[in-house]
Ligand binder design. Sequence first.
Ligand SMILES: [Zn+2]
Length: 109
Amino acid sequence: MGKLLHGFQCKICGANSLIAYEYCANCREKESFQEVKFNGRGTIFSFTKIFVAEERFQSEIPYVVAVIHSDDGLRLLGRIEKEDMEKVTIGAMVELKEWKEDVAIFKVS
Ligand SMILES: [Zn+2]
């Protein structure tokens, strides 16, 4: 079971977001977002392997960064767990495993 993802949902139209915007982009309602937990599962939409990284990530290269379309309609940017790197393909199912600093780490499920 993966980690839950903290986010927000519009009380009026049900739109999901990682940020509690002042206005809902979908239904235009003001201050309509309430806190919810998403299941952190989704599929890989696109990915890239990183060979050159900033100082604090130097020890971890190479690693895979992926854009994930979550089951809840969110577009997430995260890193794929190192041991799952060879399993990464477009459309592969992933789930949120943990947060490292401010980086979401996903495992291929
Ligand atoms: Zn809305």
